[in-house]
Design a protein around this ligand. Structure first.
Ligand SMILES: Cc1cc2nc3c(=O)[nH]c(=O)nc-3n(C[C@H](O)[C@H](O)[C@H](O)COP(=O)(O)O)c2cc1C
Length: 194
């Protein structure tokens, strides 16, 4: 069975909802899913060697991945030495307080991480559903309402996480992205390029 791991950090629970949506999407597409916090990921690097795809997720803090996620990223220098993750499928998601909040930098960090490991990066592939209606405000239920393509984006208000925070559009986007990652891993199989 195709295995998808999601390694994420969430300081206050908003990014955790996004991570759970990625998990639901991947599981719905038929993958076995391992949902790990950044700390668990660090402790269980050996298990990540066995999966077909790894999705990295973190809130954007000060224009980049939050510190616990960066600690996980740095710990992956161990599998990097052996190129243990080479040719696995990779993806990333992030959530921020501002609509932009410079969160593309977080996804760029994840894409570079994947590149250093020789992984195959999967972008979202979903047009901004709200585009035709209202460029400025969009609507909160729209898939990819933020118009991010490198990975799945979400924006949450400072209020407690809940059914509309992050908004349903961002949750839908994360779920579809999880399914897309699982399907990419299934199509790719476990074959290595070289
Ligand atoms: C230390 C810190 C730094 C932050 N930096 C940014 C930032 O650079 N851009 C932004 O839009 N939001 C920023 N935020 C807001 C968070 O991204 C936002 O509250 C997010 O929903 C938190 O996700 P979490 O509940 O999973 O931790 C920051 C929050 C904290 C606590």
């Amino acid at each position: 069975m195709t295995k998808v791991a999601i390694v994420y950090h969430s300081g206050y629970g908003h990014t955790a909802l996004q991570a759970e949506a990625v998990r639901d999407g991947a599981a719905g597409a038929g993958a076995e899913v391992l949902l790990l916090t950044a700390e668990e990921g660090q402790a269980r690097l050996d298990e990540l060697k066995e999966v077909d795809a790894i999705v990295f997720g973190a809130p954007t803090y000060m224009g980049g991945p939050s510190a616990p996620m960066k600690a996980f990223i740095d710990a992956t220098s161990k599998p990097w030495f052996g190129q243990e993750w080479k040719d696995k499928i990779a993806g990333g998601f992030t959530n921020s307080g501002s609509m932009s909040g410079d969160k593309v930098a977080t996804l760029q960090q994840f894409a570079i991480l994947a590149a250093q490991h020789g992984m195959i990066w999967v972008p979202t592939g979903y047009l901004n559903e709200t585009q035709q209606e209202d460029w400025t405000n969009g609507h909160k239920d729209g898939v990819n309402r933020i118009g991010g393509y490198i990975g799945a984006m979400a924006q949450s208000d400072n209020a407690a996480p809940g059914p509309d925070n992050p908004p349903q559009g961002d949750i839908k986007t994360a779920k579809m992205y999880g399914a897309r990652i699982a399907k990419a891993a299934m199509r790719w199989g476990s074959g290595q390029l070289d």
